[in-house]
Design a protein around this ligand. Structure first.
Ligand code: MG
Length: 339
C-alpha cells in the first residue's frame, strides 16, 4: 500500500509518501513500513509569533511545491497512490482547512479514499514505529500540547487516555513566549533552549504541579518580571525557567508512571528534541525500572511522515469515519485505537 499524507496544523505544511507491506496494524514496524519522502515548508518564526491567516496563506502558496517534491523524491506517480491522508485536528483552524481542501481534491481527482488522522495520535504512532515501543507511557510535548498519556481499555474500547496535562499553555508555547521576550536567537523555544544549555544559576521560581497536572502561566509571569525588574540576568532566567518547567513535567510523569507501571516511556513532539529533557527522563525511567525512548529528531516536530504511518495503521485496522471535517479541538482521547 502506498499513501500520500498531508500535514497542516500550525507552522508547517508537509507532504509525505509512505509505503507499507505490513499485514496488520499491530505489525507495522520499521521492517515493513517506510517513509519514502517527507517534505515540508515551515513558516519562519518571528518576534511577533504566528498569525493564523498568514500561516494559512503560506501553506496554500507552498503546497504545490512540497507536493511535487514529495512525489518526485519517492518516485511515485499519482496513479500508484491507494489513499490520501490528512490531519483532521487538533490545530489552527485556518491551517487545517488548507490541508483538508488539498487532500479532498486529490482524493476526488484520483478516486481514492480519504483518511482523516488525529495529529496527536500521529505524534505517538510515529514514535512507536521508529522506536519499536509497544505500550509506552507517552510524554507528548510540543507547542500547543503537553500531555502524559497511555493506552487504556475501558469496556473493550482501547484509547490513549490523558492521565496528566497542562492546565493552561503548552510547554512549547511557554518556551516560545520566553524566547521572544528575552530576544533569543532564533526568537522561539529553540533559541531559549540553546541559551539555557550554556548554564546559569538557578533562582527561585514558581513550581506548579497539581497532582499529575501542570501549569506554566505563573512561572511565565514570574520569570518575565524578574528579568524586567533587573533582578536576574537573561542567562540565569533562561536556565532557571527551563529547569523548573522540565522538572515539573518529569515529576508529574513519574507520579503517573508509579500508577500505570508501563515498562516503556516514550518522549514525542517537538520539545522532545531537548537533550536536557531527554537526560532528565532517562534518569527518572531508570529509577522506576522503565526503559526510556525518544522519537528520532526528524520525526519529532510536525511533518507528514507521522500522518502517513498512522494512516497505514488505520487502513489496516479497517477504520471507518463518520466525519471528515477538520476539527481544531480534537483530542488524543477522542478516538478509539483498534490496534
Ligand atoms: Mg505537533
Amino acid at each position: 500500500m502506498r499513501i500520500l499524507a498531508i500535514e497542516s496544523t500550525a507552522h508547517t505544511i508537509g507532504v509525505s509518501v509512505v509505503s507499507s507491506s505490513a499485514r496488520s496494524a499491530k505489525a507495522v514496524s520499521l521492517r515493513n513500513t517506510e517513509v519514502l519522502s517527507n517534505e515540508r515548508a515551515k513558516y519562519p518564526s518571528t518576534d511577533r509569533g504566528y498569525i493564523p491567516r498568514q500561516l494559512a496563506d503560506h501553506h496554500a502558496k507552498k503546497y504545490a511545491g512540497v507536493l511535487e517534491a514529495a512525489l518526485r523524491k519517492s518516485k511515485t506517480a499519482p496513479e500508484e497512490l491507494d489513499c490520501i491522508a490528512y490531519t483532521q485536528g487538533p490545530g489552527i483552524g485556518h491551517c487545517l482547512r488548507v490541508g483538508f481542501v488539498a487532500a479532498n481534491s486529490l482524493s476526488k481527482t484520483l478516486e481514492v479514499p480519504l483518511v482523516p488522522v488525529n495529529h496527536a495520535i500521529a505524534h505517538v504512532e510515529v514514535g512507536n514505529w521508529a522506536c519499536g515501543t509497544k505500550d509506552p507511557l507517552v510524554i507528548y510535548v510540543s507547542g500547543g500540547n503537553t500531555q502524559i498519556a497511555a493506552k487504556t481499555e475501558v469496556r473493550e474500547k482501547r484509547k490513549y487516555a490523558v492521565l496528566g496535562e497542562t492546565l493552561d499553555i503548552g510547554i512549547g508555547n511557554f518556551l516560545d513566549v520566553l524566547g521572544r521576550e528575552f530576544k533569543c536567537a532564533p526568537p522561539d523555544a529553540v533559541g531559549l533552549l540553546e541559551e539555557a544549555a550554556k548554564g546559569g544559576n538557578l533562582f527561585d521560581l514558581p513550581y506548579t504541579v497539581k497532582g499529575v497536572d501542570l501549569a506554566f502561566a505563573g512561572l511565565l509571569t514570574a520569570v518575565t518580571r524578574a528579568v524586567g525588574g533587573k533582578k536576574t540576568s537573561r542567562r540565569d532566567a533562561c536556565f532557571s525557567s527551563v529547569q523548573n518547567a522540565f522538572a515539573m513535567l518529569v515529576e508529574a510523569s513519574e507520579r503517573v508512571l508509579c500508577h500505570t507501571r508501563n515498562g516503556e516511556l516514550l518522549l514525542v513532539g517537538g520539545v522532545a528534541q531537548s537533550k536536557t529533557l531527554q537526560e532528565m527522563y532517562s534518569l527518572m525511567a531508570r529509577e522506576q525500572g522503565a526503559k526510556s525512548f525518544v522519537v528520532p529528531a526528524q520525526y519529532a516536530g510536525d511533518q507528514a511522515g507521522m500522518i502517513g504511518i498512522t494512516a497505514v495503521k488505520q487502513v489496516l485496522a479497517g477504520m471507518e469515519y463518520g466525519n471528515y471535517e477538520p476539527n481544531q479541538d480534537l483530542r488524543i482521547d477522542a478516538q478509539e485505537i483498534p490496534w
